[in-house]
Design a protein around this ligand. Structure first.
Ligand code: ME8
Length: 517
């Protein structure tokens, strides 16, 4: 089943604030994007995968001050940690953007001018609440009063009263056009529950949005009025079009990849992506993004992840401890994508020992070691297939189409569940067919059974490459599948009998130290 021929697919992570070290939540979004990017590439799409850092804003400026560093030097350092995160997580991003780059300043100022020309920006004064932690403005009605008389935002962030000259974006004019957009593109915001929240928010009425600040300077200067820097969210959101060549809308990359984009974000920043961003774009005469998917929130052993609770999960540490592919698998398998989830060491170890070592690993190990011992280390020659053989092979061959449907709606957990259904069917098949008992009584039948399992494992391995690239690469080597024939189009070509196979090696070791968890 060949994939679409080079259909464009652009996928982005949020650009992360460089106020602090990367943690498991950042790794989660970036890995999810990498899995989709890899899946689409293997399926024949032309993929552009972008990640990067949000270098500007008051929050970053304050963190630089706290570290007693100039903001540029500070952001250079912390941004480097996020670049390293993508590398260590084996992510295949095509670009890494920083909002302090000249290409980005140019794009932001071009957007600003478009909004000005369209009459969507005017000068006024902002007097209201601002949460530096969220880099967001809040209405009084959204705040909760604390016992000490101070207010907090719905996110729990403290807010300050701000009063300063500011440019405003006429967001209040955009409500109907946003609602028409959501209506016209029912898949533009996912999951559906989040889409409904966004629609309700827009229906409740939009206020004009302050889009510049004057009380600090760490940002992109407003064209022709350098006392103002652009609001960090207008600056940050623009990164998605900077990276593909905006303002050169005629460029090959921009015209190819826009608006064929999927913005993957956490639920915390959905409003910025699903309300402000399409409004800014439409006002600037640019099409809104094809999809924004808001995933859920990780807690750690049942608690909110926070520095003050001391339960921040360092993604570099857990990869050292459990292995990279194991962590990638866990994050996408454990929680239905879109829901909140809890990170617990027991759960990680359970997934490693059950799903990976016992189920998939054991299946591969059993068949490969039997082939090594009983078939001269070569792919055996199958005879006629029985109904049981055909049933397993059919389940394996149908998997690609089922996974495609799951990936289309970012249901990673469903894709992995469906893959493990075939793993389970293959393990049951091996138990029922008992090839070890056929070795003396019916070696030809044993060859057919082992071939059937090898061919099934090949499908599983090719289709699981996006989630566990290293482990599946090792498994495909052991199956004798040439490195240049591992795309989904290559699923059609069956394993060749007589292919010499290397000595088998386990791909998924058990995690033994359960007590340390
Ligand atoms: O919001 N669970 O940057 P940020 C799941 N710069 N995901 C989590 C998470 C958790 N506990 N914690 C963080 C910003 N994330 C802006 C974005 S985009 C134009 C600008 C992930 O560093 C999740 O993707 O605060 C969330 O949306 C993002 O990190 C927030 O990253």
């Amino acid at each position: 089943m060949p994939g679409p021929d080079q259909t464009p697919f652009y996928i982005t992570t949020p650009i992360y604030y460089v106020n602090d070290a990367p943690h498991i939540g950042h790794a989660y979004t970036t890995i999810a994007c990498d899995v989709l990017a890899r899946f689409k590439r293997l399926d024949g799409y032309r993929v552009h995968f972008l990640t990067g850092t949000d270098d500007h804003g008051q929050k970053v400026e304050k963190s630089a001050q706290a570290a007693d560093m100039e903001p540029q030097a500070f952001t250079d350092r912390v941004s480097g940690n996020f670049r390293q995160l993508a590398q260590v997580m084996n992510c295949t991003n095509d670009d890494f953007i920083r909002t302090t780059e000249p290409r980005h300043k140019r794009a932001c100022q071009a957007v600003w001018r478009k909004l000005m020309e369209a009459g969507d920006i005017y000068l006024g004064t902002y007097a209201g609440w601002y949460a530096v932690r969220d880099e967001a403005f809040y209405g009084e009605n959204e705040l909760t009063k604390q016992p000490d008389g101070s207010f907090i935002a719905p996110s729990g962030a403290p807010v300050d009263w701000v009063e300063e000259p500011s440019y405003f974006f006429r967001l209040s004019d955009w409500g109907d056009r946003l609602l028409a957009f959501y209506e016209r593109e029912p898949d533009a915001i996912m999951p559906e529950s989040r889409r409904n929240e966004v629609i309700a928010f827009v229906k409740s009425g939009l206020r004009d949005l302050s889009v510049s600040r004057t009380t600090f300077s760490w940002g992109v200067p407003v064209p022709d009025d350098p006392d103002h820097v652009m609001y960090v969210w207008l600056d940050a959101l623009t990164n998605y079009i900077t990276a593909i060549g905006y303002p050169d809308e005629e460029s090959e990359s921009f015209s190819t990849f826009w608006p064929a984009v999927l913005h993957m974000v956490g639920k915390d920043i959905l409003r910025f992506h699903a309300v402000y961003w399409p409004a800014f774009l439409m006002a600037a005469g640019v099409a809104p993004p094809k999809r924004v998917f808001a995933h859920g929130w990780w807690t750690s052993e049942g608690q909110k992840i926070s520095k003050s609770l001391g339960n921040v999960i360092d993604p570099f540490e857990i990869v050292k401890r459990y292995g990279l592919d194991q962590v990638r698998y866990f994050l996408l398998r454990e929680v239905p994508f879109g829901n909140d989830g809890d990170f617990s060491y027991r759960a990680v170890v359970g997934r490693i020992n059950n799903d990976l070592a016992n189920d998939f690993g054991n299946l591969a190990q059993r068949v490969l070691s039997m082939v090594a011992k009983n078939c001269g280390g070569q792919v055996p020659e199958p005879g006629g297939f029985t109904a049981a053989d055909e049933a397993l092979l059919t389940a394996a061959r149908e998997l690609a189409g089922r996974l495609r449907a799951a990936y289309e709606v970012q249901a990673f957990h469903r894709a992995l569940e469906m893959t493990w259904e075939v793993v389970g069917a293959a393990n049951r098949y091996v138990d029922e067919q008992a090839p070890w008992a056929l070795r003396k009584s019916d070696p030809a039948r044993m060859a057919t059974v082992l071939y059937t399992v090898l061919e099934t494992v090949k499908h599983l391995a090719i289709l699981t490459q996006p989630v566990m690239p290293d482990a599946m690469s090792s498994l495909l080597d052991q199956l004798g599948q040439p490195a240049e024939r591992r795309s989904f189009a290559d699923l059609a070509g069956a394993l060749r009998p007589g292919t010499a196979l290397p000595k088998p090696q386990g791909v998924f070791p058990r995690y033994l130290d359960e007590t340390a968890a």
